[in-house]
Design a protein around this ligand. Structure first.
Ligand SMILES: [Fe+2]
Ligand SMILES: [Fe+2]
Length: 347
């Protein structure tokens, strides 16, 4: 039997509708400030931990690039071991414990920051009498978007009995296309297994920047890490003051370690306090203010500009995806008496 399609809707309308509904759907997921009290903690028996999602597919607020999760590890407990194709930053909020990365045990305390590299087996432990709380910020959504998010569960198998970390094929001589690829990838991969894994808060100090904060790198390629573009910086806003206003595409997340304040995003004020996560929507003019006249506010900015965002900038040039005021409206910080580096750090 012969059939003829009689629909009047063309490919153009269908595609247009699909594109519009995608953006409408994603706008619905955005929330500027995720309050700590709204993060629901769940028992995760397969990992022997409790976890709650600030933002990401694993919670009720899907994301396309980064995700943010908080974990609580009970006293005298160690998690199972696993590894995955994405990497993550781990920031310790409170408690003392350890993370074992490819068999190397790293002890940590509050405000230490670790990097969990791609394909490295890892598990966490708490030998103390108090719970330990840490945050992870990963690029799992980005890898999921590309269809290359893979997770492997090692259960309670000792790391020595598990397959070693994925490695790059050896560099080979020659100038043919395949040899050139092997040389380039070999160079990019070099040093990944010996890259830095922890920034101890004891060993770093902040510096005052032109943007109007005292800042220090926690995880970044400039301080010896080998990440898939992830970077974290701690910004400390002076009492009653603010950072200069700017806007950019993509995602820059700010986790509030201590203090209270508000962010102005396209003219709307969003209050925040310790434990909250600020997700600045793309291309919105924004500025972060410390509302406490006595104490500084500490925020950790996380993004992966070195990977996805740089790629997008190149693909969308000449669209400008980062903008500051011609003259930065940062406050004058001369004469500010900064508190001790460790002020407010949990024991
Ligand atoms: Fe993990
Ligand atoms: Fe920003």
């Amino acid at each position: 039997m012969k059939t003829t399609t009689t629909t009047k809707t063309t490919h153009y309308e269908i595609q247009k509708k699909r594109r519009e509904s995608l953006l409408d759907e994603w706008k619905g997921y955005h929330k500027t400030v995720q309050k700590r009290r709204d993060v629901v903690m769940h028992d995760v028996p397969s990992r022997r931990i409790r976890s709650g999602v600030y933002a990401g597919y694993d919670g009720d607020r899907p994301t396309k690039n980064l995700d943010a999760t908080v974990h609580e590890l009970a006293p005298h407990t160690a998690t199972t071991i696993h590894r995955h194709s994405w990497d993550a930053i781990e920031f310790i909020e409170s408690g003392r414990g350890w993370t074992e990365i490819d068999g190397q045990r790293i002890d940590w305390r509050p405000w230490d920051t670790l990097h969990l590299p791609t394909w490295a087996w890892h598990r966490h432990g708490n030998d103390a009498d108090k719970p330990a709380i840490f945050h992870t910020w990963s690029v799992e959504p980005m890898l999921e978007q590309f269809g290359v998010a893979l997770i492997e569960d090692g259960g309670d198998t000792p790391v020595a009995e598990l397959p070693r970390r994925q490695r790059q094929a050896d560099v080979i001589a020659g100038s043919d296309p395949h040899a050139r690829r092997r040389q380039r990838l070999g160079q990019q991969w070099a040093g990944t297994e010996s890259a830095r894994l922890i920034t101890r808060f004891d060993e770093v100090r902040g510096l005052v920047t032109k943007r109007g904060a005292r800042s220090l790198f926690l995880v970044d390629k400039s301080i010896g890490y080998h990440t898939a573009g992830l970077s974290a910086v701690m910004h400390e806003l002076a009492p009653g003051l603010y950072q200069s206003r700017h806007r950019h595409g993509g995602e820059a997340w700010l986790y509030v370690v201590s203090g209270r304040g508000h962010s102005e995003v396209d003219g709307v004020e969003y209050p925040w306090e310790a434990g909250d996560l600020i997700v600045v929507d793309h291309w919105s003019w924004h500025q972060h203010f410390n509302d406490d006249k006595e104490k500084t506010a500490r925020l950790i900015r996380v993004h992966n500009f070195d990977a996805l965002y740089d790629m997008i900038r190149i693909l969308l040039d000449p669209l400008n995806l980062f903008e500051e005021l011609p003259e930065l409206d940062a406050p004058d910080l001369t004469g500010i008496v900064w508190p001790d580096h460790f002020a407010g750090r949990p024991e």
